[in-house]
Design a protein around this ligand. Structure first.
Ligand code: F3S
Length: 426
């Protein structure tokens, strides 16, 4: 790997042992990939504050410096962690103190996370605490090299914003934060950003439910490749693309897609494929749409619903308002809970706008910072849940052994109010 002078100096310890350890990790990572050089990054989205038993043990041994060294730098040395060198934000984490009494989540983890927030906040980690940093002000510009974790955020950054990031890990983002560097491979390189598959949509796709299903269908087919989507898709909103990418990243491993005329690197189909002849199209029509819906609903057999989960990826303010309207004047069934996951910054806006009051009057809750899949926790006794997120329908039954129903936000709210699933494809 060819290093610039400033990179060599960091590796030699001129900026201190933590930065040297970070550079050592990046060089090992880059060399394992046959990567020729590092690129400069000024936007890191990683995870430092997420509580875990191993982190608690490390903190007891050597404080938060030790925890960062081992978990975020893959380094066993006793080193002091300096301020972040470049703007860094915390993605989703565990639940906060306001979830106590609602979420069966250990108090010890909440306290550990509070300590972590204080330590890392003082070193320049912005506690956005969401899987959707792009909804709360972290919006990289087209062509900007970033180091982001979280598959749904990575696919949004690459595709909708035209930024350049691979799906990084805890250690590589930890090292990027202290150096402003990341190996320049994969999605950072123009030649790896052209489309590989053409998907022709022949059925109306005009709501985030449908966009989620389309993403889920495409991810299963293209896996980690780069779909180019054309046909009857209308004008998507950010929420639609949020659900589309998250679903494609969970059924497959899509990190980048193009929608000619919509996403920034694809003014035309020809541009999306880099001038290469597009392959034969994969078709998505009414039959594929129905099959995808049935696939996502193949994990539910009991119509009684204990738990309804909205907001994966974390809800936009429009989604919170839509849920409030659907719940207004109604009351949840006594045996059903409804949680809406949202960025804390947007929850503040929902509080101020009166949406939270409507939702809480009905018996629902807006919860920030985390989600059931991230924290592996649902209401006590949950056997069956319903969600409007293809991603949660994909993961939660596998993580927690519960049944899942997938449907529109309104079908999910109806399930929360009646306690049973009556949703269907319209
Ligand atoms: Fe976010 Fe959790 Fe979904 S972290 S993308 S709400 S699985």
């Amino acid at each position: 790997m060819i290093l610039s002078d400033d990179e060599k100096m960091m590796l030699d310890g001129v900026a201190g042992p933590a930065v040297a350890a970070a550079m050592d990790l990046l060089v090992r990572y880059g060399e394992a990939l046959d990567c020729a050089h590092l690129c400069d990054v000024r936007n890191v989205a990683g995870t430092m504050t997420q509580p875990s038993p191993i982190k608690a043990k490390l903190v007891a041994q050597g404080g938060w410096d030790k925890a960062y060294a081992v978990i975020n730098l893959d380094c066993d040395d006793d080193i002091e962690i300096p301020d972040m060198r470049v703007p860094t934000c915390q993605l989703q984490q565990g639940f906060g103190p306001d979830a106590e009494g609602v979420v069966p989540y250990p108090r010890g983890r909440i306290e550990l996370q509070n300590d972590a927030e204080a330590f890392y906040g003082r070193r320049g980690v912005s506690i956005l605490a969401t899987c959707t940093p792009y909804q709360v002000g972290n919006i990289p510009v087209r062509g900007e090299h970033c180091a982001w974790m979280e598959s749904s955020a990575v696919v949004y950054a690459n595709s909708v914003l035209g930024a350049r990031t691979n799906c990084e890990g805890t250690a590589s983002t930890g090292a990027a934060s202290l150096t402003g560097k990341i190996p320049c491979w994969g999605n950072h390189l123009t030649e790896n950003r052209y489309g590989t598959h053409l998907v022709d949509v022949r059925v109306g796709v005009d709501d985030f439910l449908d966009w989620g299903m389309l993403g889920y269908f495409i991810g299963e087919i293209v896996q980690e490749q780069r779909p180019v989507v054309v046909g009857g898709i209308g004008q998507p909103e950010p929420i639609d693309l949020k659900h589309f990418g998250a679903a494609a990243a969970s059924s497959g491993g899509v990190e980048l897609y193009h929608i000619p005329g919509i996403t920034p690197e694809a003014p035309t189909v020809a541009a999306a494929f880099g001038g290469v002849e597009p392959p034969d199209a994969i078709h998505y029509g009414p039959r594929e749409r129905r099959a995808t819906y049935e696939d996502l609903n193949s994990q539910g057999s009991t119509s009684d619903v204990d738990f309804v989960l909205l907001g994966c990826p974390h809800a936009s303010i429009d989604q919170i308002w839509r849920a409030a309207r659907a719940l207004d004047g109604r009351r949840l069934s006594s045996g059903t809970q409804l949680w809406i996951m949202a960025p804390r910054a947007l929850k503040t806006i929902a509080d101020r706008s009166g949406y939270t009051e409507i939702i809480e009057r009905a018996g629902g809750r807006i919860l920030a910072d985390s989600c059931p899949a991230m924290s592996q926790v649902v209401p006590v006794g949950t056997r069956v849940f319903a969600t409007d997120s293809a991603k949660q329908a994909h993961y939660l039954p596998a993580f927690l052994g519960i049944e899942a129903w997938f449907g529109s936000l309104e079908d999910c709210v109806d399930a929360a109010v009646t306690g049973s699933w009556t949703g269907g494809l319209r």
